[in-house]
Design a protein around this ligand. Sequence first.
Ligand code: NI
Length: 290
Amino acid sequence: MNTIATDLAERFRTDGFAFPIDALTPAEVEQSLAACHTYLRTVSAAGGALARYAVFPKIHLVSTWADRIVHHPAILDAVETLLGPNLLVWSTNLFVRPAHSGSSLAWHQDAVYLGLNGFQQHAARVWVALTDTTAANGTMRYARGSHLRGALPHRFSGSGLEEIMRGEEIAVDIDEAAAVDVVLKAGQCSAHHLAMAHCSGPNHTADGRFNLAIDYITPQVSPTAGEDSALLVRGTDTGAFSRETRPASDFDQAALREFYTAVARRQKRIDQTVRSRKGDHGEGTDRDPA
Ligand code: NI
């Protein structure tokens, strides 16, 4: 491992995050962002499951622009230094904060609702900036080192996936003075641990903020319950996830079939995960590691 790679892995381990990582070229950013806008218009017009699951969790199964990003060599090289040579994509998430949007996300850890065994050592979320990200446009903030505190108690204010992603909140204090703004140029990315506490703010600028988040896992990760699938993007896979196929073109018939199957399977599992967390432990008092 070279010095830069060692440094990246070391920061990821101790801080729980590492950025900036240079990834997409300006031309790739321009192309991806244009394709992303087209994608959002298309799924919105299509309605149904395509619209319902437009921003989570399998964008890369129907969109060649997202497929290209999850396979981007610079991103995979960085993730390989963190997780090793065998890599799968478990999820893609599109985070859009429109111009002058007052919405924000409270402090939370993603790991508490993902239902993955082995994520502590074998998973990372890569947050790719398709536009510049700044404090002014409500970029993500990290609580440095919070991944070492394990699963923090969360208040769940909703029951569906959408509500949980919007409404979950950590019930313990975060030291705001130690919070770090994820400031990136378009094309750069950041990697963070799935137990990293993070939040994001309102967008006070005249331009939308677009980020694609990619959850990378290794074959050591497995679902806590139920059947699930993932896409092998580097190395070999001997793991517990059903194998997914890349889209040949945007929304082609085989890709749509793959997408519908994968999101239905995932939704079932997330429902189970959320139900068991709320039911077994009582809302807001859960301290078990996810
Ligand atoms: Ni999150």
